[in-house]
Design a protein around this ligand. Structure first.
Ligand SMILES: N[C@@H](CCC(=O)N[C@@H](CS)C(=O)NCC(=O)O)C(=O)O
Length: 227
């Protein structure tokens, strides 16, 4: 395949250990592996944010993708746009359900898990994440998260995937829940634990995770060579 036809995935040139395996470019790597779509990676700096980075991703975040004459930001929008036309990852007759679940993953579930994850990160490492909120605040974050996790536990009881077969909705939802589970948030939610285990056993997830970790290891080697 000529290079011009290959999607370019933008991620950071280097990150410290704690976000490795969780940087959201993994969700797009996962998509490309599910599609059997080769891609190449280019890097942006975490700080300062370069003008060409901000032109693709107005918040200066990753991932961004450039493909077929346009660039993409927001992982939910990328999953919808890049998988468009795919017969199993985004079947037309289930597009509406899949879109609902994508928004639910990003806007309801991740919106409830992130404050709890970040508060606990502050408790564990205030020198990196800033001072932790008061324990009553953390408890309120936990309760909000649990109301969403409880709902998802009910939704996924007796079904393997959110919208029929495995789709892009499962890429986003399973990755949101994977991070939560790795931080201890899925205790007491056996259905969600099984869902995450099922999703992350897929060869495309394993390859995406390995690719991201290889990227950081290569970045370490580059830094060591320059130092
Ligand atoms: N809603 C965005 C979130 C992107 C995001 O939070 N990216 C993180 C890395 S996983 C980032 O770049 N953080 C650095 C920053 O916000 O400056 C998406 O889903 O694409």
């Amino acid at each position: 395949m000529p290079d011009a036809d290959m999607p370019i995935l933008f991620t950071y040139e280097w990150v410290p250990d704690f976000p490795r395996g969780y940087v959201r470019d993994l969700r797009i790597r996962w998509l490309f592996h599910e599609m059997g779509q080769p891609y190449r990676v280019e890097t942006v700096t975490f700080a300062p944010k370069r003008a060409d980075h901000l032109a693709m991703q107005p918040f200066g975040q990753v991932p961004a993708v450039r493909w077929r004459g346009r660039s993409w930001f927001e992982t939910g929008a990328m999953l919808l746009g890049l998988a468009s036309g795919h017969p199993t990852l985004l079947p037309e007759d289930r597009r509406a359900d899949i879109t609902e679940w994508l928004f639910a993953a990003a806007n309801s579930v991740e919106m409830s898990t992130q404050p709890w994850i970040l508060a606990n990160a502050s408790l564990a490492a205030p020198q990196i994440f800033g001072p932790a909120p008061a324990s009553e605040v953390i408890e309120r974050f936990a309760q909000r998260m649990k109301s969403k996790l409880g709902a998802m536990e009910t939704v996924l009881t007796n079904r393997d995937w959110l919208a029929g077969g495995f789709t892009i909705a499962d890429i986003l939802m399973a990755d949101v829940l994977r991070i939560t589970g790795d931080k201890g948030g899925l205790e007491g939610y056996p259905v969600l634990q099984s869902y995450v285990a099922r999703a992350t056993a897929r060869p495309a997830f394993l390859k995406a995770h390995a690719d991201q970790m290889a990227h950081w290891h290569a970045a370490d080697a580059t830094r060591a060579a320059v130092a």
